[in-house]
Write a protein that binds this ligand. Structure first.
Ligand code: PEP
Length: 251
């Protein structure tokens, strides 16, 4: 039985005032114990979010980490060991905004995934196709190859301590959501790919869906057999909406 997870990606949003308000709103939420809840604030606010979520019900993750686990001469980057020291337990790897806007490539993502695990962080590997790729009937090839390159480099065992988020790029921040069946089809293919490498690992790994999840559509998505929760962008900036999504994952 996989424990559902709901993770809030705050992206590059927040000021000291708005983060304080969001933390207050989150502490008012009743969150189901059956769901693992996490937030991924901008690096700048990780300290205060860790401090503000002292009750331990919400884990804190980073949106990015360096390609090396240990501190060193790498201006502007953050080592995963530093993230652990700051109180993080998770890190996003390969979010489509980093792949597409920042230009991170497969090799870099593999190194980040490896560095995260070396420091004791759980990587949340984000994979997903663009609209063009979906329309060309390439969804499963793209997602399969994004996942396959990490399996090939690090081995299937790397997924015993990892989470996978399927995020169709065309659904991120657009208001367009994959239908529950569209998302389930891709999640089932991801699980089948993992199963071909190791059935036990495949059964245990959480597969999150991300792409315009809201309180109104969360329950239906999370009701699908291979969807184990969500990675939430925009709606995670509102504590009431995020709380409602977490509760939907607990039902
Ligand atoms: C995301 O940024 O990972 C995401 C899914 O964003 P949104 O929920 O806003 O589509």
């Amino acid at each position: 039985m996989r424990r559902p997870m709901v993770a809030g990606n705050w992206k590059m949003h927040g000021t000291r005032a708005s983060v304080a308000e969001l933390l207050e709103g989150l502490s008012d939420q009743s969150l189901p114990d059956s769901v693992e809840v996490a937030v991924f604030p901008p690096l700048l606010f990780i300290d205060r979010v860790v401090e503000g979520l002292q009750n331990g019900k919400i884990a804190v993750g980073a949106q990015n980490c360096a390609v090396q686990a240990e501190q060193g001469a790498l201006t502007g980057e953050t080592a995963s060991s530093q993230l652990v020291d700051a109180g993080c337990s998770l890190v996003l790897v390969g979010h489509s905004e980093r792949r597409q806007v920042i230009g991170e490539g497969e090799q870099q993502l593999i190194e980040k995934f490896r560095a995260a695990q070396a420091a004791g962080l759980t990587p949340v590997l984000c994979i997903g196709e663009t609209l063009e790729e979906r329309e060309a009937g390439q969804t499963l090839n793209i997602v399969g190859s994004q996942l396959g390159s990490v399996i090939a480099a690090l081995g299937i065992e790397a997924f015993t301590h990892a989470v996978i988020a399927y995020e169709p790029v065309w659904a991120i921040g657009t208001g367009l959501t994959a239908t529950p069946q569209q998302a389930q089809d891709v999640h089932a293919a991801i699980r089948a790919q993992l199963t071909a490498a190791d059935a036990k690992v495949a059964q245990a790994v959480r597969l999150l869906y991300g792409g315009s999840v809201k309180a109104a559509n969360a329950a239906e998505l999370f009701g699908m057999p291979d969807i184990d929760g969500g990675l939430i962008g925009g709606a995670s900036l509102n504590a009431d909406d995020f709380g409602a999504i977490c509760r939907a994952a607990g039902n």
